[in-house]
Design a protein around this ligand. Structure first.
Ligand code: SAM
Length: 289
């Protein structure tokens, strides 16, 4: 049933990305793909009219659903009244302390996210969810182009610093595509369901992460440039261009390689080498002062 049918007079908000999923078979499939059982606590972002929420409640131990639009809450509460393991939190997921919420609500449970994300906040929401390091997996629906970027292989035109960020934190895969007809109101674009499974082991140690993300962002900020030129532009006087070139060549890469063909493990070794280089440059300059 559409939001309009269930909530007479309800006008969906474009700015809140309110395209409600009305195809029950898609909703069932998303819930199945989250691979839940009673040991899981699920964070749902934007339950809307509850296309996914009852299925999540049936499959998981506990569901906490964060919805920003207060107009939807009464109908949602009525729909979930019999569930017994659901809690609706009215709020903005971008302003909530996600780690704190999860600790408070999911004590003793494994933690995952399952959601049909609002288009407008897909990238920042996924960024916040991965950064929180609070979840074993995220099974989410997103605009198809965003899903492609999350999972893009190095060298593909979709691959960018957001792909590297997601793939650093998780193993990412597109599960299936969903046509515009599955929603009311009908969006102008296709969607895809993606699954991000948090990596237990990271490609770089904690103290190397800042450099890793700085290098990968710099590489894609000027993706048509060689990596050496892009990094030289980004690091300025902090590291000589010749030293960048040497470090990259010493790892076996061509001095003409472009950052856009590199993946997580490449950026890990390049950023580690540049860190070492900067440390020795700083030590040398201290010795000469
Ligand atoms: N889960 C429902 C479905 O599949 O039909 C609704 C999905 S709809 C694409 C996105 C939902 O996210 C809307 O209900 C919207 O009000 C809510 N929303 C938008 N921005 C939000 C935010 N910052 N925090 C929490 N919920 C938000």
């Amino acid at each position: 049933m559409s939001a309009r049918a269930r909530l007479p007079g309800f006008v969906p908000s474009k700015s809140l990305g309110q395209n409600f999923l009305t195809d029950a078979s898609v909703a069932d499939r998303i819930v199945r793909e989250a691979r839940l059982d009673a040991s899981f606590g699920v964070l749902e972002i934007g339950p809307g009219t509850g296309a996914l929420t009852p299925g999540l409640c049936a499959a998981a131990g506990r569901v906490v659903a964060v919805e920003l639009d207060g107009r939807l809450i009464p109908a949602l509460e009525a729909k979930l009244a019999g569930a017994g393991n659901a809690e609706i939190v009215q709020g903005d997921i971008m302003k909530i302390d996600i780690g704190g919420l999860v600790e408070e609500k999911f004590s003793g449970l494994r933690r995952v996210v399952c959601a049909n994300l609002p288009y407008g906040i897909t990238t920042p929401a996924i960024t916040a969810l991965l950064r929180s390091e609070a979840f074993e997996s995220l099974t989410v629906m997103a605009q198809r182009e965003v899903a492609a970027r999350i999972c893009a292989a190095p060298g593909s035109p979709d691959c960018g610093s957001f792909s590297i960020f997601c793939q650093y934190h998780a193993e990412c895969a597109v599960l299936f595509d969903v046509p515009p007809d599955a929603f009311v109101p009908r969006p102008s674009v296709w969607s895809s369901v993606v699954r991000l499974v948090a990596r237990r082991e990271r490609a770089v140690p904690r103290e190397g992460e800042k450099m890793f993300f700085r290098v990968s962002r710099a590489a894609f900020a000027q993706r048509r440039k060689t990596l050496v030129n892009a990094l030289s532009a980004s690091f300025g006087h902090r590291i000589e261009k010749s030293a960048i070139s040497q470090a990259i060549c010493a790892l076996g890469y061509s001095p003409l390689i472009r950052g856009e063909v590199l993946g997580v493990s490449d950026f890990a070794e390049i950023s580690a080498a540049l860190s070492e280089n900067m440390k020795s440059q700083e030590a040398a300059s201290c010795g000469t002062e």
